[in-house]
Design a protein around this ligand. Structure first.
Ligand code: TRP
Length: 470
């Protein structure tokens, strides 16, 4: 991480017992880069368009935006605040704050749930990261030029039906993540984010530009932004809520870990807002790039997880210099996924180091290899096990493969639950003075935030959960 050596003046407000030698972010920008690197990833470009397509567009997008504003941003602020106050790894920070304020250290469960969620997410995230790696070759070879939607679809089904190739790319992606986590030095990669993220943004704009020429841009914009509430289901609301957590990297204490490095004089509200706006912008842009291509080619918006791999290659096959842009695009997507993947593995490695006394290399190898092995189950559920629905007897989980189940339980259950606990911890457990000092908002804004984490967020999450159980 890009941090300066310990800055005792800025650190004086941290709790006793926190490890001041961990250093601080060199600047607000460094924190924003790391947090954005974690937030912007496959969730924005791969997952957002396909869940939007599956859930009927506009109304789902509106609920998702509401969840970002009302639940996501306040919880991001809470996570960063807890992290900075504790000044340690999430599990330690939570128990430290809890002890200091004479509170039950059971709150460290939040950190524990988060560590498990990150580990489970990474297992399938790495498989999708592998798809992106595979498409670098597909676009670079020029084989997409002028292809029909059928041919592009066949290339994608060909990839899914081939477990060996999927395993090779999954292995490579996981290795990339493990190398960076094992070495513990991320400054190079984090600095790269400041160039690569804007580049990804520009490439998305180029695809949006192409999408405008398809004659279906208006239809796509209407699909995304004209809410049709008859298409909104209760499970759609759950997916929108879950995705708000997933895309902002919330609910598993990642932002807490990053917050522990944030200097005291930096505004938590402004930085959280900046990260959320960038993240949402990238997702909406991805939607505007993909849906015109979907409609222009008569494809199905609800095609599922393969949506971007069945649409973007069509665009790259048709636009001028498409091979070049396509190759660049998938390389940048890999970088975006890589920085997110690191933030998924980091918490468990840190925990193994802190709790089990393993060194960094051993804990990275151990956690990474187990996660990699679990990823094989996701690979097989795309082909050999595609009909295997282990929990199919539960009505809500009918037809869900292992891959679907991992995604469902992490994004839609574990992350909102983690977020709910964070909101309760901040809203009801932590001392008000401490929070006022950390957030340094105007009294009106502070109260608005406090009401949100005390009531709005817990009620929203609880209502969505209960509705879906019924
Ligand atoms: N936010 C990332 C994405 O959109 C995924 C991710 C990285 C994540 N770290 C996380 C999700 C922590 C939840 C929690 O691709």
């Amino acid at each position: 991480m890009s941090v300066t050596s310990s800055d005792s003046a800025a650190y004086s407000g941290a709790l006793e017992g926190s490890n001041a030698k961990r250093g601080l972010w060199s600047s607000r920008l460094a924190f924003i880069l790391a947090a954005t690197g974690s937030a912007v990833g496959l969730g924005n470009i791969w997952k957002f368009p396909y869940v939007t397509g599956e859930n009927g567009g506009g109304a789902f997008v509106l609920v998702y935006l509401l969840c970002i504003a009302v639940v996501g941003i306040p919880i991001m602020m809470a996570e960063v605040m807890i992290g900075r106050r504790g000044g340690c790894s999430p599990v330690k920070s939570l128990s430290l704050i809890a002890e200091r304020d004479r509170l039950n250290s059971a709150w460290k469960l939040v950190g524990a749930v988060g560590i498990l969620a990150g580990f489970l997410i990474l297992s399938f995230y790495s498989v999708i990261g592998g798809w992106a790696i595979s498409y670098v070759g597909t676009t670079a070879s020029g084989q997409l030029a002028g292809q029909s939607a059928e041919a592009v679809g066949a290339i994608f089904s060909g990839l899914l039906s081939d477990p060996t190739t999927l395993l090779a790319w999954h292995t490579l992606f996981m290795a990339l993540v493990m190398v960076v986590v094992a070495r513990g030095v991320r400054s190079g990669l984090e600095r790269a984010v400041s160039i690569l993220m804007p580049a990804l943004f520009v490439l998305l704009l180029i695809v949006v530009g192409y999408a405008m020429t398809t004659g279906h841009f208006g239809q796509a914009a209407a699909f995304l932004f004209q809410p049709d509430f008859s298409k909104l289901t209760t499970s759609g609301i759950l997916v929108a809520l879950g995705h708000a957590f997933f895309t902002l990297s919330l609910g598993m204490a990642v932002m807490m870990a990053y917050g522990s490095y944030l200097p005291k004089n930096i505004s938590i509200a402004k930085t959280s807002m900046a990260v959320s706006v960038i993240d949402t912008g990238v997702a909406l842009l991805a939607g505007l790039a993909i849906f015109p291509i979907v409609f222009a080619n008569g494809l199905e918006p609800g095609a599922g997880p393969g949506l971007i791999f069945q649409t973007l290659p069509l665009a790259f096959g048709q636009m001028p210099m498409g091979s070049l842009f396509g190759t660049l695009f998938f390389v940048l997507l890999i970088f975006a996924a890589w920085t997110s993947g690191i933030s998924l593995l980091e918490p468990i490695v840190e925990w193994l180091e802190e709790r089990k006394g393993m060194n960094r290399t051993v804990s990275t190898l151990g956690a990474g290899i187990v996660c990699w092995a679990l990823g094989i189950a996701s690979i097989l559920s795309l082909n050999l096990w595609s009909d295997f629905a282990p929990l199919g007897f539960v009505p809500m989980l009918e037809g869900k493969t292992i891959f679907d189940l991992l995604d469902f339980f992490t994004a839609n259950i574990m992350l909102p639950l983690g977020g709910l606990l964070v909101a309760l911890f901040a809203g009801w457990v932590m001392s008000r003075q401490a929070m006022e000092r950390e957030l340094s908002l105007s009294p009106a804004m502070f109260n608005l935030w406090l009401i949100t984490v005390r009531f709005v967020t817990p009620v929203a999450v609880a209502v969505v959960f209960i509705y879906n159980l019924m």
